[in-house]
Write a protein that binds this ligand. Structure first.
Ligand SMILES: [Zn+2]
Length: 455
């Protein structure tokens, strides 16, 4: 088993710079977010990236174990010249990010397009971890993609491959930001949904969104779409159904071209509305009359907002000569040692804990429910997707559930885990603790401490 080494992954976004210290096991150990400067051009953004990394390293005290820095950057990159060729929404066009980062921190530095990095992150430790060939589709403001063939990113002759958002899906469709008509992103990105919703409102369609949305320059965020779905809003359901069907047809096309092991859907819209959209995508793939053979499964991002920083860290590892996909090179020594005390309390290292617990991938222990008055559960059947979301943050390969009652998880929870390719085991609390302590894996645990009714 290799020793723990540290890399920094930075996701340089249009609104924020997200930097994380990542172990060679693909665990985010520490993070920092700073706003992306809106003025001062590329130099100001470079200075902000350097400052964010410096502050992160000061707090994290990584010191001599820092092995490399990776950056996930929006736009078209020139990997030969280490330069950003064009970045439509972030003012970094023409910038060489690599040389200054390498000089400042005296370690190898690498960069990757942001959605390429997110796909790499999902391959490393997310829901594509078992795949050798994977396609990532990230639905946010627009739609970005990444293509991994035999564990390597497909970059194209001039590094502009994987512009999945610009597959033309309706030659008479609406004009896209890129100038073409009917691109995937012009039909199913968040901006496209917003356009359809605003048009329907102007035509007098009733919707809860009419009261919630601000002026024309205030975007309809993914969280607002989620709340509208929860409120049973017909217009939102209609617009999301249309977008989900388009996503499904895009997935069918991607499967025909690449026949990947998995197609990963992620990004803000999927994070917020995945339970509504993923079944539409799955049924489009299932209905494809051409490809009837198994494979080309669709999965949901297991890493969420961390896919970018983790993929950037994986790129840094490769630049430093390490193989992130080599299981022998991975150390899992950051988890607490758990023990059950005589009084049915749980000890995590030296800390004594009470009630239902979640141990996350990063080794941190949390209460199962944020609400400290929440009752302790006796059975996995009482768990909700919200509980799983809290425990599975960071994307475990396996979730161990300790419960006094051996009932199975509810269907919705099994769907949640299946979509993210997370395995699960339900054991008695004592056995679950033993299993957790000894299993060498990217693991998380939910420990339920309520008494079973028939116990
Ligand atoms: Zn386009």
């Amino acid at each position: 088993m290799a020793a723990e080494e540290h890399f920094v992954g930075v996701d340089v976004g249009g609104t924020k710079i997200h930097a994380a210290v990542v172990s060679n096991a693909g665990v985010v150990l520490d993070r920092r977010r700073e706003p992306t400067p809106r003025e001062g051009g590329p130099d100001a953004i470079l200075a902000a990236v350097v400052k964010t990394i410096s502050r992160l390293l000061d707090d994290a005290k990584v010191g001599k174990t820092l092995q490399g820095v990776g950056l996930a950057v929006p736009g078209l990159l020139d990997y030969k010249k280490n330069r950003v060729d064009a970045s439509p929404n972030t003012d970094i066009s023409g910038l060489n990010l690599i040389t200054p980062i390498r000089k400042t921190f005296d370690v190898p530095a690498a960069f990757a397009n942001d959605t390429d990095a997110a796909t790499l992150g999902e391959k490393w430790v997310g829901s594509a971890r078992e795949a050798n060939t994977a396609v990532g589709v990230f639905v946010g403001t627009g739609i970005g993609g990444g293509i991994l063939v035999n564990r390597e990113l497909l970059r194209g002759a001039r590094y502009s491959a994987a512009e999945i958002g610009h597959i033309v899906m309706d030659i008479h469709g609406p004009v896209c930001g890129c100038g073409n008509r009917g691109c995937f992103e012009a039909l199913a990105g968040r901006v496209a949904m917003e356009r359809d919703i605003r048009r329907a409102i102007s035509e007098g369609r009733p919707t809860v969104l009419a009261e919630w949305i601000g002026g024309a320059d205030e975007p309809i965020r993914s969280g607002m779409l989620r709340r509208a779905l929860d409120a049973g809003d017909e217009l939102t359901k209609e617009v999301l159904t249309r977008a989900g069907e388009v996503m499904g047809q895009a997935a069918v096309t991607l499967r025909h071209i690449f026949e990947p092991d998995v197609i990963i859907f992620g990004g803000g819209v999927i994070e917020a509305c995945g339970d509504f959209l993923m079944p539409l995508i799955e049924s489009a793939l299932a209905a494809d009359p051409y490809f009837r053979r198994p494979g080309g499964r669709v999965v949901q991002s297991a890493l969420g907002d961390d896919a970018g920083v983790l993929g950037a860290a994986a790129a840094a590892m490769m630049q430093a000569g390490c193989d992130p996909f080599d299981p022998e090179a991975v150390a899992f020594d950051h988890y607490p040692k758990l023990a059950m005390t005589k009084r049915d309390k749980v000890r995590a290292d030296k800390k004594l804990l009470d009630g239902d617990l979640a141990v996350r991938v990063n080794g941190r222990v949390r209460k199962r429910d944020k609400d400290s008055d929440a009752p302790n559960l006796a059975s996995a059947a009482e768990l909700t997707c919200g509980d799983l979301d809290r425990a599975c943050r960071g994307g475990p390969g396996i979730l161990i559930i300790g419960a006094n009652d051996s009932s199975p998880l509810p269907d919705a929870c099994n769907e949640y885990l299946r979509r993210r390719a997370i395995a699960s085991e339900i054991l008695s609390p004592q056995k679950a603790i033993k299993r957790f302590n000894t299993l060498q894996a990217r693991k998380a645990m939910l420990l339920l401490t309520g008494e079973a009714a028939n116990a």
